[in-house]
Design a protein around this ligand. Structure first.
Ligand SMILES: Nc1ncnc2c1ncn2[C@@H]1O[C@H](COP(=O)(O)OP(=O)(O)O)[C@@H](O)[C@H]1O
Ligand SMILES: [Mg+2]
Length: 233
């Protein structure tokens, strides 16, 4: 067996919001193709940790590498390069409402340097097939269901073959049926080799798809095998 590459490594990291210490002594690593949950009650620091990973919050203490980029001391100029290596998915579908699905995806490709129209069309077709929306490229966001919109958001996150997908409560606005559907999709994407770190406070999801679990609690983060239900918050 070949050894899997480490795509995220954190060592002795502290997470801050302004001057407030949210978590400290955070150390973990995620391997290529791994699916990991980041769980914890609302306010425990999941989003703050993800934001630190994509350099929206400064890393002041400890060392962290995300997709081969050192986060400590990262400069403004280096941030776009980091973001291009990541797929970021939020709870709220953030599609541009003034253009159709194809144009939403094309917008991202053009903004990240794609020029060849055949290649652009080809890649958009690939990601839409991956999320089961191959025939909906001409639809406008308002013509899609919430689940379909979130699929487009996932497709958009995959456009540039990210080394890591960071998903912050990606099912937070979906009803249970759609949540299961989107979870199935995310797991199938991980099985095809994309690393995913997904924050959620919905502990129910952990029982359906087994994966590595990191729990944020009391200002620390640690790996756990399972969590007691219910996890409200
Ligand atoms: N923009 C912000 N400014 C100041 N404090 C914040 C901000 N966002 C979150 N916090 C605080 O940081 C802590 C962790 O929040 P957050 O990372 O959003 O947790 P979670 O994603 O687990 O719900 C909370 O105490 C929250 O109030
Ligand atoms: Mg959050």
């Amino acid at each position: 067996m070949t050894e899997k590459k480490t795509v995220v490594a954190a060592n002795g990291v502290s997470i801050f919001q302004g001057n407030n210490l949210i978590m400290d002594e955070v150390s973990f690593s995620i391997l290529h193709g791994e699916f990991a949950y980041l769980i914890g009650k609302t306010g425990s620091g999941k989003s703050s940790l993800l934001k630190t990973m994509y350099a929206a919050l400064a890393l002041r203490e400890g060392e962290m590498k995300v997709a081969d980029v050192a986060i400590r001391g990262i400069t403004k100029d280096q941030v776009p390069g980091l973001r291009r290596r990541l797929g970021i998915i939020f709870q709220d579908f953030q599609l541009l409402t003034d253009r159709n699905v194809f144009d939403n995806l094309q917008f991202v490709l053009k903004a990240t340097g794609w020029k060849d129209n055949d290649q652009i069309r080809g890649r958009i077709k690939e990601v839409l097939e991956l999320v089961g929306l191959a025939t909906k490229d001409y639809k406008w966001p308002h013509e899609l269901s919430g689940g379909e919109q979130q699929r487009v958001v996932i497709a958009r996150a995959l456009l540039n073959h990210p080394e890591v997908v960071l998903a912050d409560e990606p099912t937070g606005n979906l009803d249970p049926d759609l949540t299961d559907e989107i979870m199935g999709l995310l797991h199938s994407i991980a099985e095809k080799g994309t690393t995913i770190l997904m924050a959620t406070h919905d502990y129910r999801l952990l029982n359906q798809f087994k994966a590595t679990i990191y729990l944020c609690e009391n200002g620390k983060m640690r790996q756990v095998d399972s969590v007691a239900m219910p996890g409200n918050g």
